[in-house]
Design a protein around this ligand. Structure first.
Ligand code: CTP
Ligand code: MG
Length: 246
């Protein structure tokens, strides 16, 4: 994109039930260092200079989510859907019409460093041919393909990254991907939706990865909360970078 800064819209998806965390509350309301995950995520986005986001909440719990956001500015609260993709679509539908670039962030990544957020946004606003951008971290462990507890082989790790959020898109791209007039398969991340159209020849351009961070780790299991409690006591060093090292 060129010219003046494009108008940015932000969606925080927070409507998941958190089955794997198995807490008593929706995951976004679970406390980390005494503060709801949602509030941490909102504070990180604000620290990166992003505008107030639309928060997609667990249906029927709008008041609890508003309370969890507290004093942090939000652009609106909308109920989510049964899948992550449906929740993303609900959030995007609530953005202002003049939004040109959309950042979608998981409430479940409470400590995502502002530098990581800024890098993902800049990757889209700074290049006209970028269809999508997301932070990623190189996979550290050796990877084995297994079946029923037996090793079938070693997976070549070259180029493999774990992707994080925020995932950022030109508005025209994400609107095309979530076109309500045709079926959208669910995906665990939003880049996958764009990859399908790129691979099918419907969209031309680059899907890029920017340096992510261990601090952007997603709370999935109870052990992730324990890890992030500790990480939260330290400031994040420079982004992990992508590629290089063994
Ligand atoms: N999410 C959402 N709507 C859904 C499912 C997920 O808004 N129907 C959001 C979650 O709130 C979370 C992010 O997407 O911020 C990443 O999803 P995940 O970590 O899988 O969270 P949950 O789906 O809540 O957890 P689980 O899969 O263990 O139930
Ligand atoms: Mg889930």
């Amino acid at each position: 994109m060129s010219g003046p800064d494009p108008r940015l819209g932000v969606v925080v998806v927070a409507a998941g039930s958190g089955e794997r965390l198995a807490a008593r509350h929706p995951k976004a309301l679970v406390l980390l260092a005494g503060r709801p995950l949602l509030a941490h995520a909102l504070a990180g986005l604000a620290a990166a200079g992003l505008p107030p986001p639309v928060v997609v909440h667990t249906p029927g719990q709008g008041e609890e989510f508003a309370r969890a956001a507290g004093d942090l500015a939000i652009a609106g609260l909308v109920p989510g859907g049964a899948t992550r993709t449906a929740s993303v679509a609900a959030g995007i539908a609530a953005l202002a019409d003049d939004v040109e670039v959309v950042a979608i962030h998981d409430a479940a990544r409470p400590l995502t460093p502002p530098e990581v957020i800024g890098a993902a946004v800049a990757a889209v606003t700074g290049a006209p041919d970028v269809l999508a951008a997301a932070p990623g971290v190189p996979v550290a462990d050796t990877l084995k393909r297994t079946l029923a507890g037996e090793v079938l082989g070693t997976v070549d790790r070259t180029g493999l990254v774990g992707v994080q959020t925020p995932q950022v898109f030109p508005r025209i791209v994400i609107d095309r991907v979530l076109d309500p007039t045709r079926p959208v398969e669910d995906a665990t991340d939003d880049l996958a939706l764009v990859e399908r159209l790129r691979d099918g020849g419907e969209l031309a351009g680059r899907i890029v990865v920017v340096p992510g961070s261990v601090w952007a780790r997603k709370v999935t299991y109870p052990s992730d909360l324990a890890l992030l409690e500790v990480l939260g006591q330290h400031s994040a060093p420079d982004a992990a970078g992508v590629g290089g090292g063994t």
